[in-house]
Design a protein around this ligand. Structure first.
Ligand SMILES: C[S@@+](CC[C@H](N)C(=O)[O-])C[C@H]1O[C@@H](n2cnc3c(N)ncnc32)[C@H](O)[C@@H]1O
Length: 254
């Protein structure tokens, strides 16, 4: 799923940084990120401010990187309104999708219901069952109780959440032979209309920072993709810009 323009280029933009105050520790790069702020209340308020925050389409780097994988169990961290999880389920994955916002998850459930109804119309044997478990949790503390064939985190950027901990959790949840896929806004190529939150460098990571933090160049991992991909996006007033996605994909060695 995708921010209407910062993540996707063919839809209207809604910024994803709602101007909440910062709290917590200071990261390299100088921005204060994370801490005890009520992430659930903050993100619920952001979601409530718009009937739809993101495009409703799966993120393009997810489609590109996961489209060729054999489906199994997938974990989507910071799933938002659910488009990535729904797309994965449609590809045959059994998905656990986690987000701190109950408002976003309610929307995700209703998008899934609509998608299942559409699929069921074409199914020979009636209604299609859900393959997604939606879970409300704060990734600052949450630990997965299982391991997964695919763990994906797409644009898990938040002023209230330092990315290092949740993305280390993401890496630890990958099964031997499984795939870790992390995608984010490149800190030097952010959408120009991103709002105050985009000034907090600590919310974002380069591919090098990510690979180093998660140890993906070391033993135990095969680093398949570490790149930055440009993408045209359209802003809230119809402005055109080119941003870049940091894309890191790695396989945990058996
Ligand atoms: C920028 S949005 C990205 C959503 C989605 N992955 C996408 O690509 O459009 C970040 C998401 O992370 C979620 N999030 C922020 N802080 C979180 C936390 N502490 N625990 C779990 N989810 C969190 C937000 O609710 C939001 O849905």
């Amino acid at each position: 799923m995708s921010e209407n323009a910062a993540h996707q280029h063919d839809t209207q933009h809604h910024p994803h940084d709602g101007g909440a105050g910062l709290s917590g520790g200071t990261l390299a790069g100088g921005a204060a990120i994370g801490g005890p702020a009520d992430a659930a209340a903050t993100w619920d308020e952001r979601y409530r401010s718009k009937p739809q925050m993101w495009s409703g389409k799966p993120n393009p780097q997810l489609v590109r990187e996961a489209g060729g994988l054999r489906p199994g169990k997938a974990l989507d961290l910071g799933c938002g309104e659910g488009a990535d999880a729904i797309w994965l389920a449609q590809q045959g994955w059994t998905v656990t999708a986690v987000d701190v916002s109950a408002v976003a998850l309610d929307r995700a459930r209703s998008h899934e219901k609509a998608a299942l109804a559409r699929e069921s119309v074409h199914a020979a044997d009636g209604a299609i069952a859900s393959r997604i478990t939606w879970q409300q949790a704060d990734l600052e503390q949450w630990q997965p109780g299982a391991s997964f064939d695919l763990v994906t985190a797409q644009f898990l950027h938040s002023q209230e959440l330092a990315w290092q901990g949740p993305l280390r959790t993401a890496a630890s949840a990958v099964k031997p032979g499984g795939t870790l896929l992390v995608v984010g806004h490149h800190p030097d190529r952010l959408p120009p209309w991103g709002g105050a939150g985009h000034h907090h460098r600590g919310m974002f990571y380069t591919g090098d920072e990510l690979v180093q933090e998660l140890g993906l160049a070391g033993p135990g991992w095969q680093l398949e993709v570490q790149t930055s991909r440009e993408r045209p996006v359209t802003g809230p007033e119809g402005q055109q810009a080119t941003i870049a996605d940091v894309v890191v994909r790695a396989t945990r060695l058996p």
